[in-house]
Write a protein that binds this ligand. Sequence first.
Ligand code: GLU
Length: 447
Amino acid sequence: MRAAARAEAFFQDIVARNAGEPEFHQAVSCLFESLVLLLERAPHYADAALIQRLCEPERQVIFRVPWQDDLGAIHVNRGFRVQFNSVLGPYKGGLRFHPRVNLGIVKFLGFEQLFKNALTGLPLGGGKGGADFDPKGKSDAEVMRFCQSFMTELYRHIGPDVDVPAGDVGVGVREIGYMFGQHKRLTNSYASGAITGKGLSWGGSRVRKEATGYGLAYFVSEMLDARDLAFDGCKVIVSGAGNVALHTIEKVHQMGGTVIACSDSSGYIVDEQGIDLEALRTLKEARRRSIHEYATLVPSARYRADGSVWDVPCDIALPCATQNELDETAARTLVKNGVRIVAEGANMPTTPEARRYFRSAGIPFAPGKAANAGGVVTSALEMQQNASRDSWSFEDTDERLATLMRNIHERCIGTAEEYGRPGDYVLGANIAAFKKVADAMIALGII
Ligand code: GLU
């Protein structure tokens, strides 16, 4: 059978046995599009059910999370941990708390994480977890009780050499603190390496909080550099207004670009003067308020509740909000308005149609598994510091992050070149990451 037909047959099988999980199918299909080229040259990767084994998580844990709100009412949420693959190291990946979390979403995130982690070149397996819990509007005490209940089950499945969760959407240092505290009580050990994204005084790493956003900016700076361009004078759009978006804006400004728009679930703001980061931070981090209040704080800004942030003309577009936020219509608008580079800060924020459109229009496009790897890279640096009971300076950690992002960029570019598609970051990332995991799977036998 020809490589394309084989890949299609594998894909149909995966769709059939993972019914009702469209995001997972989408993540698998994106990888398979690139694999066709690899299978033409190296058909042995399709032997021994290797691809089927790679698409089946090693373990999936689903559990009840009961908790009590401040008024005494009892709620039940559903917790997940999908341990996708541990051939390269302990499972590693964040926890997402969001009302729309379900098994298919956790599986897509775990699948992406596996290849993202492989691409870093660090000894990390892949996994992901979370719950359909909405931290929005909850008191600290409610969040604490939820996190404690969540960890009361999760602690059995994790550990520094087993599985190391971290944050993701809806899980920041507050949630990590409550979960780490409960883990410490239940295991009667100060297992720092069992979770990353910790606070600085209790085993965390400098730069971890900033890492995904900074890493994205470093990656884009490599993309620009490869084309003899720079951030100077570039107008940038960063969608979202969470941790990734805030630190992307910060680093892009430091590197000479101007972020002129960002968004949240209520709409978006445009500020041609450049987003005032301190105002945005106060609003989102300190007060946890909606973005429309930004326009009342900063007179040069306008707020829009309708339309899309991608309608705003820019040179660089960085989707940092959530999956499938940038569709083909948005891609067409961006290209028409002269966008020159697109890179994903969130996980799979671009639909397959939009991704293909960027490729056909010749726009350099970096997938999240390469461009947003800075978070997990710095989690690995946190694990190294925990293992050696050390604490590195901000400069040292930041320097390592920048170097590791540069290496990821080189790996993508080099592999894309090798496979005859220069500049195709999606193909480069997918093939480089797949080969790393697949070669280890072959070496470790039928597992
Ligand atoms: N949730 C982040 C990601 O999507 C970070 C994971 C981690 O640090 O383990 O890569």
